[in-house]
Write a protein that binds this ligand. Structure first.
Ligand SMILES: Cc1ncc(COP(=O)(O)O)c(C=O)c1O
Length: 472
């Protein structure tokens, strides 16, 4: 039990609702009665009730009090639950809001600005990586600079990646790996290769805005499938969608999806592949966060793919450096088409970066770096959760066991898009919930990253954000 009285009350009442002792429509004790009977302050009771409301367990009815809400199957109501999905919601062409461009230009796509303290030392792993890339440059031979590299990428890197995936249960060989300019590029190649303009692509909701941007530029229709903050894309929701619409591809991030950090359980993965078989789908797997697991690195979906339905995409952008612009794609039956598109599109990659990263991995530098990074991220996540618990605002927070971010659900009345504008004037940039959908949803949600250390200015920015949200 928490030491905070409001949390104790919240836990007691949520347990009663979830155990069915209180049913939908039941009236909760009045605030005044609770204050009197339990000798609690009004603020404590209201705080607990607000938190229950934000979790979707109760609703406040003006002048009548608090009532238990109808609960959705097996989970609390709120963002991305399968019952939110109706097969009548048609797939739609999308227009990405200018807001995404604004946030990207501020370099804040994965952070709450102000950014990290520039005096912070470079992590030892990055120092080692830079040396490996510099060594690769020094070893440039003869007239190599006059030739493009193999469009699939440097063999040594493809071999290292293949070995890493072997450790995670995959059986493909290095010949089947193509190097890309990051994961976004890999996703682009995958969608380009297997979809035509007008095709329908199912995506997680809330989900990665980069996929929505790609859909817009490729003229694809998006079908948003609810995704829970714990277990990712809802397979019941997906199945209902497949029964109604002819979906070409599904894009999923099974490991630590952005924005919630959800991890897809084995049963859901197996069901996704069975649905892919039944409905002739291409599954595009975004594996960018798997190396940031706090525990064991989960196997990719690709490891279960016996019928060549999964296109595996990844990069080192989150686990090593965004500057490298280095990713990969393992595309099975679409590989040739993808390599052709890549060839036309960029001719070849950057040999020295690829060789340097291959050497860095082969020397054990990447694993050493990951060991340190994972501990640091876990610590930063805990600090963020702790700081959020000090906000005097009811908030429901996701509980990721890896990745880089938390997903916050605030009371329905809070508009994080409006808060985005206010915070920006104060020099603080955030990523509001509206970024993670092509629809008018998640206005009361927010993604917060724990990618960076919590130095003083960032703590102050977070505390300012808490105040702005409270006033919103
Ligand atoms: C889920 C997901 N996929 C892909 C990307 C793009 O990665 P990259 O920098 O490797 O292109 C991101 C970046 O934010 C992401 O969050």
């Amino acid at each position: 039990m928490s030491e905070f009285l409001y949390l104790q009350l919240e836990q007691e009442f949520s347990a009663a609702i979830q155990a069915g002792r209180w049913q939908a429509g039941d009236r909760l004790p009045s605030v005044r009665a609770l204050c009197r009977e339990r000798e609690l302050s009004k603020a404590t009771v209201l705080h607990a009730y607000n938190r229950l409301e934000a979790r979707g367990l109760v609703e406040a009815r003006p002048k009548a009090g608090y009532f238990v809400r109808l609960q959705h199957r097996g989970s609390e109501a709120g963002v991305g639950k399968s019952d939110d999905f109706t097969a009548d919601t048609p797939p739609a062409l999308v227009t990405v809001p200018a807001l995404i461009g604004d946030i990207m230009r501020r370099g804040a796509a994965f952070d709450i600005l102000p950014d990290t303290d520039r005096r912070t030392d470079m992590p030892p792993g990055i120092v080692e990586l830079n040396r490996a890339v510099a060594r690769a440059l020094r070893h440039q031979r003869g007239l190599q600079h006059q030739y493009y590299d193999d469009p699939r990428g440097v063999t040594a890197l493809r071999e290292q990646l293949m070995r890493r995936y072997q450790r995670r249960g995959c059986l493909f060989d290095a010949e089947q790996v193509s190097i890309t300019a990051g994961c976004q590029h890999a996703l682009f190649l995958a969608l380009m290769a297997c979809c035509d303009a007008g095709d329908i692509v199912a995506v997680e909701s809330p989900g990665f805005y980069g996929v929505i941007q790609l859909a817009e530029s490729l003229g694809l229709k998006i079908l948003e499938i609810p995704a829970s903050t714990d277990t990712g894309m809802d397979m019941d929701g997906l199945e209902r969608a497949l029964q109604s619409w002819q979906v070409k591809a599904v894009v999923v991030t099974p490991a630590f999806a952005t924005p919630s950090g959800s991890l897809m359980p084995q049963a859901a993965r197996a069901r996704l592949l069975a649905l892919a078989e039944q409905y002739d789908l291409v599954v595009i797997e975004d594996d960018i966060y798997a190396d940031l697991a706090f525990g064991t690195t989960p196997s990719p979906l690709k490891a279960l793919d016996h019928n060549d339905r999964v296109i595996l995409c990844g990069s080192v952008s989150k686990s090593l450096s965004r500057d490298l612009r280095l990713g990969w794609i393992v595309a099975g039956r679409w590989q040739q088409k993808i390599e052709q598109i890549k060839l036309v599109n960029m001719l070849a990659g950057n040999r020295f970066i690829e060789q340097g990263v291959a050497d860095f991995i082969a020397d054990g530098g990447y694993d050493r770096h990951l060991r340190r990074l994972r501990l640091q991220l876990q610590d930063q996540r805990d600090q963020l959760v702790q700081m959020l618990s000090e906000w005097s605002l009811p908030v429901r927070i996701s509980q990721p066991e890896g990745g880089l971010c938390l997903w916050l659900e605030l009371p329905e009345s809070v508009d994080t898009l409006a808060v985005y504008q206010q915070a920006r004037h104060a020099g603080v940039v955030i990523t509001p919930g509206a970024l993670f959908t092509s629809r008018a949803s998640y206005r009361n949600c927010l993604r917060l990253s724990f990618a960076h250390p919590w130095h003083k200015r960032r703590r102050e920015a977070l505390s300012l954000l808490g105040t702005l949200l409270l006033e919103a």
